[in-house]
Design a protein around this ligand. Structure first.
Ligand code: COA
Length: 173
């Protein structure tokens, strides 16, 4: 368990798959910028039991209730990060702290020099999260995401190890 002040972050478990399936099949949860994907509980279970290079994480509030999810994984020699917070829990700084926790965790646990995130340039709340969590805007890649029936641009953000100092976790976490 990675502990913050507002939220904790822990690995996704098989016991999470009921709410995880329900939430990820709900477009109010995934929002207009994530790919539209509807999956059965069986399909999600099969996906969960497969080996993957990506890691899935649960954002919990301080009462232990799930409020969202984070994905991290390799992107070449770097790590990427992506995130969703339940609509009922948005605007409380939960995602920002979860991203700060994960950036700390990735730099403290892996021999990498860069963490990156890419978001639709119109996704103002996601961009705000990245700015608040210490990411720097690098540029726009054209037509990299398919959602809402069309290809959309991606605004690329990064934190380099040289630019980072722990925000939430300590070296002993
Ligand atoms: C992006 C998302 C994860 C943010 O989660 P969150 O827990 O609400 O994020 P935080 O509370 O930490 O920060 C959100 C910031 O965006 C701001 N914001 C939200 N909507 C906004 C809007 N329409 N215009 C301007 N700013 C906005 C909030 O005010 C807040 O900034 P502040 O602290 O300076 O006031 C959430 O909106 C979400 O799950 N969206 C759908 C999925 C998604 O798009 N994921 C990202 C894919 S790259």
């Amino acid at each position: 368990m990675l502990k913050g002040k507002k939220v904790n972050v822990r690995p996704l478990e098989s016991t999470d798959l009921d709410w995880f399936t329900e939430w990820n099949n709900d477009s109010d949860y995934t929002g207009p910028y994530e790919p539209m994907e509807i999956s059965s509980r069986d399909a999600i279970e099969k996906w969960f039991s497969k080996e993957s290079s990506s890691s899935w994480w649960v954002i919990e509030d301080k009462d232990g209730n799930p409020v969202g999810q984070v994905i991290t994984g390799p992107d070449g020699r770097h790590q990427f990060i992506g995130y969703i917070v339940h609509p009922d829990s948005r605007g409380k700084g939960y995602c920002t702290e979860a991203v700060e926790i994960m950036v700390d965790y990735l730099f403290l646990s892996k021999n990498i020099v860069r963490v990156q995130a890419e978001t639709n340039p119109e996704n103002v709340s996601s961009i705000r999260v990245l700015e608040k969590a210490g990411f720097t805007f690098e540029g726009v890649r054209r037509k990299v995401f398919f959602s809402q029936g069309k290809y959309n641009d991606g605004a690329l953000y990064r934190v380099l190890r040289d630019e980072w100092s722990p925000r939430v976790l300590s070296k002993g976490s």
